[in-house]
Structures are given as structure tokens and as C-alpha cells.
Design a protein around this ligand. Structure first.
Ligand code: ADP
Ligand code: ADP
Length: 216
């Protein structure tokens, strides 16, 4: 049965950073809803145009388009053994849709690491984040700076600051998260899948705790 890991946690807590490391280590696919939306925006698709109008405001993209985008992604062959889901599901309707998809594709949610940190840390992390234009590699101006300012260590592409990482928009995204995504914490806790991890720790320590959860 294909194993899906759902990474839960507020904006800026370190989901993307950890998802990339876990994907390398476990050889599972990394499925990031935010990256998929940003790819669509870059390629100027219709989905990208629609998503941008919500992302720029710090609001969630509507469930129907988000669900169908993820469904198409999970149906691809690199997800046959499972995937690290980063940023999806984010609403109860998305969590229900995920259950249905996995029943259809023969997979299950294995474990739900829930990474936490206080709001001040989230704002500090998101507002210092630099993202790689080509593949979404993640840096922080203070905590994990690139070797050369403005250039991705991994693929040499330009680093940029996301429009929605402005302090104002991050604060809004945290409010949206509390209202719309927090119910999933209880949902997965009741299902016995939730594993809480202190996201204020160093990247390596968070990775260590995640890997030990995955190996259980
Ligand atoms: P998310 O996907 O949850 O929004 P990211 O993985 O993009 O979070 O991380 C947000 C920012 O915080 C990035 O700039 C990243 O480099 C930095 N970061 C991630 N994890 C840590 C950590 N454990 N300690 C310090 N900075 C971190
Ligand atoms: P972060 O890593 O900081 O949590 P993401 O890159 O995951 O941010 O998401 C950026 C934006 O993309 C969100 O604020 C939202 O507008 C949109 N988005 C990402 N995932 C979803 C989702 N599952 N449902 C709805 N909107 C989403």
C-alpha cells in the first residue's frame, strides 16, 4: 500500500525545507501545492491566473481547483509508492477528498507530522525566506543563506522573495491557517496519525525526529 506522509504546520514553520530532505531520503515524491501553484503562475496558465488572485491576498485557493490539481499530481507514476504531501490538505474538504483519492489509488495516510512554532518565529522565517526561481529550493537570509547572495546553490537560478511573504500577508496567512487548517490537527489526532514536532529546533534535529517517526 502506497504511503502518504501529510506535513501539517503553519506557514513558515519549515514544511518545505523538511519535505525536500525527506523526499531525498525516502525516495518518495515531494508534492507541494504551493510549488504547483507557483509553477502555474510562472507558466501563465489559467489555473495560475486564478490561484494568483487568492495567493496574493494570503487566502486559500478554492477547494475544487486545488483538489483536482493534486489529484492529477498524485495520479502520476512517481507517486506509486507514495508521497510527501506538503501544504495539502489544508481544509476538511481537502482531507476528505484525499481519503477518497487514496482509496481509489490504493494508498493511505501513514503519519501526519505536525510541526509547530510561535507566531513571531513564523513571521521571522517567512519574511527572511528566499526562494529559487527554477525549482523552489528554499533559503533564509540569516538561518540558511546561499553561498552567493541571490543565487541558488543547487541550480544557479535567481533567488526571489515571495510577494506573499511580506509581513502583512504572512500575518494574514497565519490567521487563515488557524481558521481553516487547524481543524485538521484534531481530525488526524483522532485518527491516531498525528505526531507533534517542535519546529523551533534546528533543521537537522527536526529532520531526525521526522525520520524516526517515519521508520516506526
Ligand atoms: P514552510 O514550507 O512551512 O512555509 P519553509 O520550509 O519554506 O517553511 O521555511 C520557511 C523559512 O524558514 C525558510 O527561509 C527556511 O530556510 C527557514 N527555516 C526552515 N526550517 C528552519 C529551522 N528549523 N530553523 C531556522 N530556519 C528554518
Ligand atoms: P507556506 O509554505 O508558507 O505554507 P505555501 O507555498 O504552501 O505556503 O502556500 C502559498 C499559498 O498557496 C497559500 O497561501 C494559498 O494561497 C495557496 N495554497 C497552497 N496550498 C493550498 C491548499 N492546499 N489549498 C488552498 N490554497 C493553497
Amino acid at each position: 500500500m502506497a504511503a502518504f506522509i501529510v506535513l501539517l504546520g503553519p506557514p513558515g514553520v519549515g514544511k518545505g525545507t523538511q519535505a525536500k530532505i525527506l523526499a531525498e531520503t525516502t525516495k518518495l515524491a515531494h508534492v507541494s501545492s504551493g510549488d504547483l501553484f507557483r509553477e502555474n503562475i510562472k507558466n501563465q496558465t489559467e489555473l495560475g491566473r486564478l490561484a494568483k488572485s487568492f495567493i496574493d491576498k494570503g487566502e486559500l485557493v478554492p477547494d475544487d481547483v486545488t483538489i483536482s490539481m493534486i489529484r492529477d499530481r498524485i495520479a502520476r507514476s512517481d507517486c506509486e509508492a507514495g508521497a510527501i504531501l506538503d501544504g495539502f490538505p489544508r481544509t476538511p474538504a481537502q482531507a476528505d477528498a484525499l481519503e477518497n483519492m487514496l482509496t481509489e489509488f490504493g494508498g493511505e495516510v501513514d503519519v501526519v507530522p505536525y510541526i509547530t512554532a510561535a507566531e513571531s518565529i513564523l513571521v521571522e522565517r517567512a519574511s527572511g525566506r528566499w526562494t529559487c526561481r527554477e525549482q523552489g529550493h528554499i533559503y533564509h537570509q540569516t538561518f540558511s543563506p546561499p553561498k552567493k547572495t541571490g543565487v541558488c546553490d543547487m541550480d544557479g537560478s535567481e533567488l526571489y522573495q515571495r510577494e506573499d511573504d511580506k509581513v502583512e500577508t504572512v500575518t494574514k496567512r497565519i490567521r487563515v491557517y488557524l481558521r481553516q487548517t487547524m481543524p485538521l490537527v484534531e481530525y488526524y489526532r483522532k485518527g491516531g496519525k498525528l505526531l507533534e514536532i517542535d519546529g523551533t529546533q534546528a533543521v537537522e534535529q527536526v529532520t531526525k525526529e521526522l525520520l524516526s517517526a517515519l521508520n516506526k
